[in-house]
Design a binder for this molecule. Sequence first.
Ligand SMILES: Nc1nc(=O)c2c([nH]1)NC[C@@H]1CN(c3ccc(C(=O)N[C@@H](CCC(=O)O)C(=O)O)cc3)CN21
Ligand SMILES: CC(C)C(=O)C(=O)O
Ligand SMILES: [Mg+2]
Length: 277
Amino acid sequence: MAAVTIPALQKMKAEGIKISMTTAYDYPTACLVEKAGIEIILVGDSLAMTVLGMDSTVPVTMDEMIHHIKPVVKGAPTPLIVGDMPFGSYQVSPEEAVANAIRLMKEGGCDTVKLEGGSDMAPIVKRIVKAGVPVMGHIGLTPQTVSMLGGFKVQGKGEAAAKVLLQDALDLQEAGAWGLIIEAVPENVARLITEKVTIPTIGIGGGRYCDGQVLVFHDMFGLFDKFLPKFVKQYAQLGEQIVAGLETFKEDVRETRFPEEKHVFGGVTEEELKRLY
Ligand SMILES: Nc1nc(=O)c2c([nH]1)NC[C@@H]1CN(c3ccc(C(=O)N[C@@H](CCC(=O)O)C(=O)O)cc3)CN21
Ligand SMILES: CC(C)C(=O)C(=O)O
Ligand SMILES: [Mg+2]
């Protein structure tokens, strides 16, 4: 179990201390996030796009999610680890949803699961929570239904859509969700929701008034170049630095500047070697 607990995060909301969250999909990244003291790690289904090269988050499977959750749990003992439930793993029936949520926790080792959807998903959330698996909700832009939304677009624009979004949040809270991701919605709508629910809201493109913020690791560090949403802040351009390093390595190899004497092994004298020719 993580050192950071759900009640501790709920206390942070109550005290007005902002929560930070990012993604990790492997051991080395988890170790870095652990060192930085970030409170929550999401093993997001965004790994479909950021590390598996898929065009959306839709194709990623339960087995693939579990494969990536395991090393993150090893690398980061302190942050709360959230496992994203992949598309298809919780929509078919409540029984399957409960079984898959348990699998992510039991086989993957995460502390809690996250699933996308609003009021329609509330009964599923209730069943999973009742089974003993904490659930985080995810409303607004729900990438698993990108085809229905007509692309990765801002959600909850206008009074009617904003009202639906608020009801989604209230229904998920009522169903027992311990926290909510609010993705790509107008800032004032995310603020309204944050004020109306008692559980922590973590925004991604949800503006300044959410109880916390989440960004995809690969976006923050310039390691994903298919798109860069408006809500992303880049903290380093590691992709560029890595390409420059690889180009230098290639030149070093071509020009025999690498390896140098300090990189090579001895152990057989030239005398001994001569007899082998
Ligand atoms: N690397 C990565 N980062 C993410 O944040 C992310 C993923 N992958 N994969 C799953 C979803 C997809 N997400 C996205 C992708 C693109 C935009 C985007 O470009 N939005 C436009 C607004 C478009 C509109 O409303 O008209 C933008 O300008 O930010 C937003 C969220 C968020 N999630
Ligand atoms: C964008 C975040 C919240 C997510 O669900 C993911 O990374 O999969
Ligand atoms: Mg996701």
